[in-house]
Design a binder for this molecule. Structure first.
Ligand SMILES: Cc1ncc(COP(=O)(O)O)c(C=O)c1O
Length: 389
C-alpha cells in the first residue's frame, strides 16, 4: 500500500490523517467469507463475537452494524425513553447525542476535563436531576474515563452506564478493558478506528437479559437465529415481542474483524510508539501542550490531540491551514455539541462548558495510524517547528 495515497486523491498530500490497515490476509479472509452461501448471521459473526468477548473479557458480545446502532440499542435495552435525561460529554462525535435523541430522551451536555477531554466528574454531578437515568462516558481519543468515580455516581443515584468505546478498542482501566464497567460498552469499527470492518460495531454487556434483547433487536426483534430457523422445525415459525431493527453485522465484515483482532495488540503498539515519537520531538515547544504519556500502555491512542495555546506563534486554524498547504492532513475532534443547531434546541445545557469552549479554540488532531512512518511524522514535526523560528 502506498502510505502517501490520500483518500480524496489530493496529490499534494504526503501525510494522510489516517490510513486503514488492510493487509493481504484480511483480503483473503474477506474472499473466503464471500464464497460461502451464508453471507449474514452465520459462523464468522459467532466467532468474531466469541473472540471479542475473550479479548475484552466481557460477559457477552453482540455484533452490530455500527457503534451508533450499538448506542441506540443499549439505551433501548436499558429502558431509556421519553422524559428521561442522559448525561453525555459536550465534546464527542454527534452519534452519542443522536442515540439519546432516537429514544426520545434528552441529552444533557456535561463539560469535559481540560487535561484529557474526558467527561468531567464534577460536571456530571452538577447535572444530575430527578429525571437522570443514564450517563454515556466517552473514552475520548482512547484514554479511559474515570470509571471508578463514574460507577460510584451510578450506584449512588441508581443510573445506567453505557460506555462509548468507539475510540477505545484496546484501552484498559485498572487492568480491565473499558466497556466492561457499565451496563454496556459500544465499540466502532468505522474505517478510521483502531480495528475496522469498514462499517461495524460491537456491544459488550454484563447481563444475560440485556444481551438477549440486543441479539433480537439487531435482527428485527426475531427470536431465532437464521440457522435455528432453517435447521429446527418450520423456518417461518418465529416470534417478535419487541420492536427491532436491521442492525446486523454481516459475515464478510465479521471475517475481516476477526482477522484484524489478531493483530490489534500489534497495531496499537505501533500507535503507542508513534505517540511516543511525537512526544519526544514536540515536548519542549512553547505554546504547545501534548497529551499525557502517563498511562500510555493502557491507551489505544486512537487520536493524538495537541493543544495550540495562546502563546504559540500562530493560531490553531492558521496551523491547520499551514500544515494542509504543506501536504499534511489534520483535524479537530470535535466541534462541541452545544454549537450545533439541532442540539441547541434539543439538549439540556445548564453547565458553563468552560473547558469545552476553550478546548474548541485550541485542539488539533495530528495524523496517527499504525503504519505512519517516522519520515511522515518528521514532516509534521518540522512544519510545526518552522513556526517558532
Ligand atoms: C465517540 C464516538 N461515538 C460513536 C461513534 C459512532 O460510530 P459508528 O460510525 O460506528 O456508528 C463514533 C464514530 O466516529 C465516535 O467517534
Amino acid at each position: 500500500m502506498n502510505k502517501k495515497t490520500d483518500a480524496f486523491n489530493d496529490k499534494k498530500i504526503m501525510v494522510p490523517f489516517v490510513v486503514p490497515t488492510i493487509n493481504s490476509n484480511d483480503k483473503n479472509q474477506i474472499l473466503k467469507a464471500l464464497s460461502s452461501n451464508l453471507l449474514t448471521d452465520g459462523p464468522n459473526l459467532r466467532e468474531f463475537e466469541k473472540n471479542f468477548q475473550n479479548y475484552t473479557r466481557s460477559k457477552f458480545s453482540t455484533g452490530v452494524s455500527n457503534a451508533t446502532a450499538g448506542l441506540m440499542l443499549s439505551l433501548k435495552a436499558l429502558g431509556i425513553s421519553k422524559n428521561d435525561e442522559v448525561i453525555i460529554p459536550d465534546i464527542t462525535f454527534v452519534a452519542t447525542a443522536n442515540a439519546v435523541l432516537s429514544c426520545n430522551a434528552t441529552p444533557v451536555l456535561s463539560d469535559v476535563n481540560y487535561e484529557d477531554l474526558n467527561i468531567s466528574i464534577d460536571s456530571i454531578e452538577e447535572n444530575i436531576t430527578k429525571k437522570t437515568r443514564a450517563i454515556i462516558p466517552v473514552h475520548f481519543a482512547g484514554k479511559s474515563c474515570d470509571m471508578k468515580q463514574i460507577m460510584k455516581i451510578a450506584k449512588k443515584h441508581d443510573l445506567k452506564i453505557v460506555e462509548d468505546c468507539a475510540h477505545a478498542i484496546g484501552t484498559l482501566y485498572e487492568k480491565k478493558h473499558v466497556g466492561t464497567f457499565g451496563d454496556t460498552g459500544c465499540f466502532s469499527f468505522y474505517p478510521t478506528k483502531n480495528l475496522t470492518t469498514f462499517e461495524g460495531g460491537m456491544i459488550t454487556s454484563k447481563a444475560k437479559r440485556i444481551s438477549e434483547f440486543l441479539r433480537k433487536s439487531r435482527n428485527h426483534g426475531i427470536d431465532k437465529s437464521l440457522k435455528d430457523r432453517f435447521t429446527k422445525g418450520l423456518p417461518w415459525e418465529f416470534d417478535i415481542e419487541e420492536l427491532g431493527f436491521n442492525f446486523r453485522l454481516d459475515e464478510i465484515r465479521s471475517a475481516l474483524g476477526n482477522n484484524q483482532l489478531k493483530r490489534l495488540e500489534n497495531m496499537n503498539k505501533q500507535r503507542r510508539l508513534a505517540a511516543k515519537y511525537y512526544h519526544s520531538k514536540l515536548q519542549d515547544i512553547k505554546g504547545i501542550s501534548l497529551p499525557s504519556q502517563k498511562s500510555s500502555s493502557n491507551d489505544s491512542w486512537h487520536l493524538y490531540v495537541i493543544k495550540i495555546l495562546e502563546n504559540f506563534a500562530i493560531s490553531r486554524n492558521s496551523l491547520f491551514h499551514s500544515l494542509l498547504s504543506n501536504g499534511i492532513r489534520t483535524s479537530v475532534h470535535y466541534k462541541p455539541l452545544h454549537l450545533f443547531n439541532l442540539y441547541k434546541n434539543t439538549c439540556k445545557i445548564t453547565s458553563s462548558l468552560r473547558n469545552s469552549k476553550r478546548l474548541y479554540q485550541e485542539i488539533l488532531s495530528l495524523p496517527i495510524f499504525p503504519d505512519i512512518t517516522r519520515k511522515q511524522q518528521n514532516l509534521v514535526i518540522d512544519e510545526i517547528k518552522k513556526k517558532i523560528k
